[in-house]
Design a protein around this ligand. Structure first.
Ligand code: NI
Length: 138
C-alpha cells in the first residue's frame, strides 16, 4: 500500500467547520486530518459493500413525523414488499410528534439500497440512513 501522504485544501463555511471541530473533539480525534481520513475510509467501505454482491446486514434508521398523511401505512406497505430482508423493526415514540424506527435488515446490498431508497424519501421522513456491514469475515 502506498503510504505517501498528499495534502489538499478544503473550503467550507465557517459555521460548518466549527461544528465539525466540535464533533471531532468530542469523539477524541487528535486532528482534523485523522478524522477526515476515518470518515473517508468509512464512506469508501460503505460504498464498496453497497456495490458488492456479498450478503450484508445492518439497519435502516428513520426519523419521522407520524402525523404525516399516509406515511405510517406506506412505510408498513413498503416493508412488507421486502419482508424477506426485514428481520425486525422497532418503533420508538420520541415525543408527541416524532418517531424513530429502526429496521434490522439482511440481504443483497442492491436490494437493501432499493428498500431504503423507497423509505427515506417519503414525505414526513426528516432523517434516514442505511448502515450495513458484510456478515462473512473477509
Ligand atoms: Ni411513534
Amino acid at each position: 500500500m502506498d503510504t505517501k501522504l498528499t495534502r489538499f485544501g478544503v473550503s467550507m463555511e465557517e459555521n460548518l467547520l466549527k461544528q465539525f471541530d466540535e464533533m471531532i473533539n468530542s469523539k477524541g480525534y487528535p486532528s482534523r486530518s485523522e478524522a477526515v481520513r476515518d470518515f473517508i475510509r468509512d464512506a469508501l467501505l460503505q460504498e464498496k459493500w453497497a456495490l458488492g454482491d456479498e450478503i450484508v446486514a445492518g439497519t435502516i434508521l428513520l426519523f419521522y413525523d407520524h402525523h404525516s398523511t399516509n406515511l405510517v401505512d406506506e412505510m408498513m406497505h413498503i416493508q412488507h414488499d421486502y419482508h424477506e430482508m426485514v428481520l425486525a423493526s422497532t418503533h420508538i415514540h420520541i415525543d408527541h410528534n416524532n418517531c424513530l424506527e429502526i429496521i434490522v435488515v439482511r440481504g443483497k446490498p442492491k436490494l437493501l439500497k432499493e428498500l431504503s431508497n423507497r423509505l427515506i424519501p417519503l414525505k414526513g421522513v426528516f432523517y434516514g440512513k442505511l448502515t450495513v456491514a458484510p456478515i462473512a469475515k473477509n
